[in-house]
Design a protein around this ligand. Structure first.
Ligand code: 13P
Length: 292
């Protein structure tokens, strides 16, 4: 595995692709990973875009369902298009963790590059059904679809044993073969958010999955995963990593501090001018870990 990596010189992260699908196929083949950040509005979006520009890398920004609902997919699409005009690298827009086929279709109609239909909380049969419904709608429109199998822990997803979250190999293969989905998030031990102890990642299962299906795999829970584990996962076949909590907690913490400092004269552009560099700093730090 390591030999393959060292043969790829230089490891470039700003190539141009005709489509996101093409990028993912290339990234899986060359063991690279698209850094993907959950954003909430134009300000943290700007911070991510500027960080990616300064690090000269392609990047993906993702809206969780409440963000897509509050802003509307159309407005978020327009925001990203605005930033694309002043960026030299690619910025892709993704709907993250939607459990609604209708919401995925709405995002596709609004021009999202990629959507996730998360059927990890329902039966395999139901997961296949909803994933297939989104794939059938997305494929003719050239939009990438991400499915999930196994569970990402944290945020109300409680597990008692490894079997509760670990992606089952047979189910992985069935979900892939019966839906023809483009990329797949797999439960291998990571959790959303800050984790009190380092997540125990099941690299053996990840390797089995990577050997069993040819599509790019997605690593969720990027905030709490140590750099070495991120890089080991990428070498096995993780071609997209999701990073969210560190972005919004940095945003909220520094916005809160600045608002307190300013008191009654708090004015959004002045507040955000101070907050933006703090968000950029953490985004750059994660970009360094992913684009190694
Ligand atoms: P973190 O919040 O742990 O960074 O995970 C984000 C994520 O996986 C979104 O899908």
């Amino acid at each position: 595995m390591d030999t393959v990596i060292s043969n790829i010189k230089p490891r470039v992260y700003n190539n141009n692709y005709t489509s996101l699908k093409e990028l993912f196929v290339d990234y899986r083949a060359t063991k690279r990973c698209l850094p993907s950040f959950n954003v909430n509005d134009n300000y943290d979006l700007k911070a991510v875009v500027e960080a990616a520009e300064e690090m000269d890398t392609n990047v993906m920004v993702m809206t969780y369902p409440p963000v897509a609902e509050l802003n509307t997919p159309e407005v978020f699409r327009a925001l990203v298009d605005g930033f694309k005009k002043i960026s030299k690298n690619n910025i892709y827009l993704h709907l993250d963790h939607s459990t609604s086929v209708e919401q995925c279709k709405h995002a596709i109609d609004a021009g999202y590059d990629s959507v996730m239909i998360d059927g990890s909380q329902v039966s395999l049969k139901e997961n296949i059904k909803m994933t297939k419904a989104v794939v059938d709608y997305a494929k003719p429109r050239g939009v990438v679809v991400e499915a999930e199998i196994g569970k990402i822990m944290g945020r109300g997803v409680e597990v008692k044993s490894d079997n509760d979250f670990l992606a089952d190999l047979e189910e992985v293969v069935r979900l892939y073969e019966e839906t023809n989905v483009d990329i797949m998030a797999v439960g291998i031990g990571t959790a959303h958010g800050f984790t009190p102890t380092e997540p125990k990642i099941h690299f053996d299962r990840l390797q089995e999955i990577a050997d069993a299906i040819p599509i790019p795999l997605v690593l969720h829970g990027g905030t709490g995963i140590p750099d070495a584990d991120i890089q080991k996962s990428i070498k096995i076949g993780m071609s997209k990593i999701n990073i969210g909590t560190i972005v919004h907690t940095t945003y909220m913490k520094h916005a809160f501090e600045e608002i307190q400092k300013a008191g009654d004269s708090a004015y959004p552009p002045f507040i955000m001018k101070e907050v933006l560099p703090k968000i950029k700093e953490v985004v750059k730090d994660r970009l360094r870990a992913v684009n190694f």
